[in-house]
Ligand binder design. Structure first.
Ligand SMILES: Cc1ncc(COP(=O)(O)O)c(C=O)c1O
Length: 473
């Protein structure tokens, strides 16, 4: 069994390393997080925190156990620090604060103003932005606010095709965005027949041609399933050539940008949106960064155009996450996230999977299952991996012949298990477990054997060792 390590250690809330030797105190926390007992008999912290509601406490207990005993490989997820959890669960949830610091519609906001000022200042400092709005409840709200601020209904937006990695808010027929604005989509280049060639990368010729022909008012860069670095500069040049605004949606790589592992779009794009809960490792939520001259329009679009009272407990938790991401250890974390994704990708290739675009530059690996097994769909792979304790999601791959509900691909991410302390050795082990599960998917004994190994691996890397110490049982 590998040494026990974890990313979160008691009493060092901001600047500590991504890998901490936990010593012997928290042994096998993932294998039996609450000493094998249920929360209702008092074995987990939830029993004390949510006394009087054993039904809900049990559910929290079960989710903690799930997160602690299975592998979290969903590219948009992470384990926040206990400090982020504490701020998210604080009394700030009680306060109404419609408006912005020092311009509120309710009384009693002296402290809240300081909290939001702190979050805004930390976001500006972390990303080098002139203005930050930290109120968007989610990444989708942040995108909608930018469109609302910069555009008129019916204006054209050029964004990435959904089946090539664009997000729902980049013009899905199912999203309100496509009912208000007219979307035109660019995609990636065809898959290269020569594996050393860089196929399936953003087709900038297509972006430029479409921009010239369609004269969009806004060009959007950013993706939900693209494993390569997105260079903001060519987008800026194309936007300038046609007089369009340029928005960079860095929902996924925000933490890599903060940690210097991905080029920053701040100062290149007119507006940058982000989520705080993916690689940035903060609470669920969104934020918007922009130049000072756009601050008023952006702020008015968030409130009062789209949202009511801000979630100030989430704003406080964002402030915690921004500070954590500015600490030197976060740079090491971001670099290690990329290193781990590369190691996972290489090991999956060795198992016979094809990596879309031939590899990864970020926290994400997009896998084409067809060369591994032509019959295997993303849906079936996701389901059997779930039974083996390996949590990931099916995903379309560029020009996928299967529907988005079935798919030929899987999307995997390294951000969460890197937080838990895993390294490239564990990534190779995980690739092997994925290969074995999918090869032996018809044999439940084989799946159960992998499940047992996953438990053992997770036991060595508890995400919240301080919340599930042996002493609690
Ligand atoms: C590129 C991109 N933009 C926006 C979002 C929306 O974020 P949220 O789910 O917080 O609304 C996501 C979420 O996955 C995303 O990947």
């Amino acid at each position: 069994m590998p040494p026990r390590r974890s990313g979160w250690a008691a009493g060092r809330p901001v600047e500590w390393g991504h890998v901490v030797d936990r010593g012997h105190r928290f042994s096998a926390a993932r294998a039996a997080p609450f000493g094998g007992r249920s929360v209702v008999n008092g074995a987990s912290p939830f029993a004390a925190w949510i006394a009087g509601d054993p039904e809900l406490a049990r559910l929290l207990d079960e989710e903690m156990e799930r997160q602690s005993t299975t592998l979290q490989l969903i590219a948009s997820e992470n384990f926040t620090s206990p400090a982020v959890l504490a701020a998210s669960g604080s009394v700030l949830t009680n306060k109404y604060a419609e408006g912005y610091p020092h311009r509120r519609y309710y009384g009693g906001n002296r402290v809240i103003d300081e909290v939001e000022d702190l979050a805004r200042a930390r976001a500006r400092s972390l990303f080098g932005a002139e203005h930050a709005n930290v109120q968007p409840h989610a990444g989708a709200n942040a995108n909608l606010a930018v469109y609302t601020a910069l555009l008129q209904p019916g204006d054209t937006i050029l964004a990435m095709r959904l089946d090539h990695g664009g997000h729902l808010t980049h013009g899905s027929p199912a999203s309100i965005t496509s009912k208000i604005w007219r979307f035109v989509s660019y995609g990636v280049t065809p898959a290269a027949s020569d594996p050393s060639d860089a196929g399936e990368v953003i087709d900038f010729d297509q972006v430029a041609d479409l921009a010239k022909r369609e004269q969009p008012k806004l060009i959007v860069a950013g993706s939900t399933a693209y494993a390569r670095t997105i260079d903001p500069v060519p987008f800026r040049e194309i936007a300038d050539a046609v007089g369009a605004w340029f928005m960079f949606d860095m929902a996924h790589p925000a933490g890599l940008v903060a940690g210097g592992a991905h080029p920053s779009p701040v100062g290149v794009a007119d507006v940058v949106t982000l989520t705080t809960h993916k690689t940035l490792r903060g609470p669920r939520g969104g934020a918007i960064l922009c130049r000072s001259d756009l601050a008023k329009a952006i702020d008015q679009a968030v409130f009062p155009a789209l949202q009511g009272g801000p979630l100030e407990h989430a704003v406080a938790a964002k402030a915690v996450a921004f500070a954590e991401a500015q600490a030197p250890a976060f740079r090491a974390y971001a670099a290690r996230v990329v290193e781990n994704a590369k190691a996972l990708g290489a090991a999956l290739s060795a198992q016979g999977f094809r990596l879309v675009s031939g590899g990864t530059d970020n926290h994400m690996v997009l896998v084409d299952l067809r060369p591994f097994d032509a019959e295997l769909t993303g849906k079936e792979a996701q389901e059997v991996l779930d039974r083996a304790g390996i949590t990931c999601n099916r995903n379309t791959i560029p020009d996928d012949p299967r529907s988005p509900f079935v798919t030929s691909g899987l999307r995997l991410g390294s951000a969460a298990e890197t937080t838990a302390g895993m390294g490239s050795e564990e990534m190779v082990q995980i690739a092997g477990l994925i290969g074995r599960t999918l090869r032996g998917r018809a044999d439940e004994a084989q799946v159960a054997a992998v499940r047992a190994e996953v438990r053992e691996l997770c036991a060595a890397f508890p995400p919240y060792p301080d919340l599930v110490s042996e002493g609690t049982g």
